[in-house]
Design a protein around this ligand. Structure first.
Ligand SMILES: Cc1cc2nc3c(=O)[nH]c(=O)nc-3n(C[C@H](O)[C@H](O)[C@H](O)COP(=O)(O)OP(=O)(O)OC[C@H]3O[C@@H](n4cnc5c(N)ncnc54)[C@H](O)[C@@H]3O)c2cc1C
Length: 447
């Protein structure tokens, strides 16, 4: 009897659970599911996510401004699972028992507070954690109560609803009240892109009849602690973007640290008060706080799980972590330590490496390979007008690009994500749909 149990155990397919179907996780389960299609007796793949649908996070500032209708670009996890040979379990990762190799899932909630999924335990052979990050307000007083964060589709939609409601209200207000003051804390890529999108929206909305608040009466403040916008990018890109933002009449507050946020606006360490009706915190990230101490795994001060270059957690080779929720330190070309930045580009590359590593592990018993980050450059979108940035490649070297060409490359990042998820034919259909929609729908979401 015991022998039978042991042999059943040995014949059971290896169960890989990926928690978090974001920019990295959904690419991983899609590729892995396809790869394992003809090896169902050896491996099964399960995705767990707190939501029922996926939206690519770098699009959230467009959802916030109304430039993108989130319903158009969402992808159902259940449908993706059926099309790509993996299972989907809705729910939120809540706990782990590394001895029994089980995770605890608790139900998450839909917009109306109804539970999604049921509480349950799931047994894994290999676990991959890719649950992304949240905005880091560094404990600034009042930030959580008065600032909007852009961590999820719901938050981006909430900001958009507030923006529109302010415009609708202004239609019946007196001339002195017809103004809108926005403050965005953090002039990294998210803050800069959001500021440009909102300036564009302020010009568009008047054209669609919401003309009480004219673009001249929309004050957009971008607040940054460093002495330039996009402090992690080169000075050249930063200067170019700064000039563009000034042309868009976006007020820059550099070397400015926010000490407190109130219902009326922001107070800075220098004693300045910046009045604002809408406030968005877009400075810094941290991994979800429950990861600190999660199953005795090692984390850093941002709650990110520490992983080896193979993306295995430092304390447990059966648990991998990647994307924003992981901190992976590798060597750069000069042999110096380099921590992989929390970007969609890195999550995409890591998903691709993990697909190979996990397939090799299950099918051939091979050890996983080390991750090597390839920086293909950085592009920052300045709404639909243009983008600025640099491209790095073996053919091109490091070149700076801007304008419509840069915008084209920027959009191609999303198309590459779609290509991984949908394949060539369906991505081409989606491209066609988007082109057709441009001539049949308003350029901004107006409800
Ligand atoms: C507005 C904005 C603009 C950006 N622009 C760019 C850009 O232009 N270029 C770039 O490279 N990067 C950009 N980024 C950063 C980029 O979005 C992230 O680096 C990337 O999404 C990280 O991918 P990920 O797979 O680690 O996590 P995510 O894409 O955040 O996915 C995490 C997933 O985990 C799920 N999840 C979370 N907690 C749980 C839980 N407890 N249980 C189950 N599921 C859970 C979530 O529902 C989500 O599906 C931007 C970010 C923002 C917010």
């Amino acid at each position: 009897m015991q022998d039978k149990t042991v042999s059943e155990e040995q014949n059971r397919p290896h169960h890989i659970i990926v928690v978090g179907g974001g920019a990295g996780g959904l690419e991983l389960v899609t590729r892995l599911g396809r790869k394992m299609k003809h090896h169902r007796n050896k491996c099964r793949v399960t995705l767990v996510d707190a939501n029922m649908t996926h939206i690519w996070k770098p699009l959230l500032h467009e959802v916030a401004s109304g430039a993108l209708n989130s319903f158009d670009d969402e992808l159902s996890y259940m449908a993706q699972a059926r099309w790509n040979n993996f299972s989907f379990v809705p729910g939120r990762l809540a706990g782990i028992n590394r001895d029994t190799k089980t995770i605890q899932i608790e139900p998450s909630q839909d917009k109306k507070g109804n539970p999604i999924g049921t509480a349950r335990d799931l047994a894994y052979d290999t676990l991959v954690i890719s649950i992304g990050s949240k905005t880091n307000d560094f404990g600034t007083k009042g930030a959580a109560e008065h600032c909007q964060f852009l961590d999820s589709r719901e938050q981006a939609e909430q900001f958009h609803a507030r923006l529109l409601s302010r415009y609708f209200r202004a239609q019946s207000e007196s001339a002195e009240q017809q103004k809108l003051r926005i403050a965005i804390i953090g002039a990294g890529a998210t803050g800069v892109e959001l500021a440009a999108e909102l300036r564009h929206a302020s010009e568009e909305l008047t054209e669609w009849g919401l003309d009480a608040i004219t673009a001249d009466n929309v004050e957009i403040n971008l607040i940054e602690g460093a002495n330039r916008v996009l402090p992690v990018l080169s000075e050249r890109i930063s200067n170019g973007v700064q000039q563009e933002l000034q042309k868009m009449n976006i007020r820059l507050h550099l070397n400015t640290l926010v000490s407190q946020v109130t219902a009326e606006g922001l107070e800075t360490h220098g004693g300045e008060v910046i009045e604002a009706d809408l406030k968005v915190w877009a400075a810094g990230i941290r991994a979800p706080s429950f990861l600190a101490g999660f199953g005795g795994l090692e984390t850093n001060r941002l709650n990110q799980l520490l992983v080896k270059p193979t993306l295995q957690t430092t304390m447990d080779d059966n648990i991998y972590a990647f994307g924003d929720c992981a901190s992976c330190t590798i060597k750069d070309k000069k042999g110096n330590d380099f921590t992989v930045p929390p970007r969609a580009q890195a999550a995409h590359q890591q998903a691709s490496l993990l697909t190979k590593s996990l397939a090799n592990l299950v099918l051939k018993g091979k050890e996983p390979k080390a991750y090597c980050y390839r920086d293909y450059g950085s592009l920052v979108s300045l709404s639909n007008r243009s983008a600025v940035g640099n491209l790095m490649g073996s053919l091109t070297g490091n070149i700076n690009i801007e304008g419509k060409l840069a915008r084209m490359f920027y959009i191609s990042l999303y198309r590459m994500h779609q290509l991984t998820l949908y394949g060539k034919r369906r991505t081409a259909f989606l491209l066609l749909r988007d082109l057709l929609e441009r001539s049949t729908q308003p350029r901004l979401k107006l409800h």
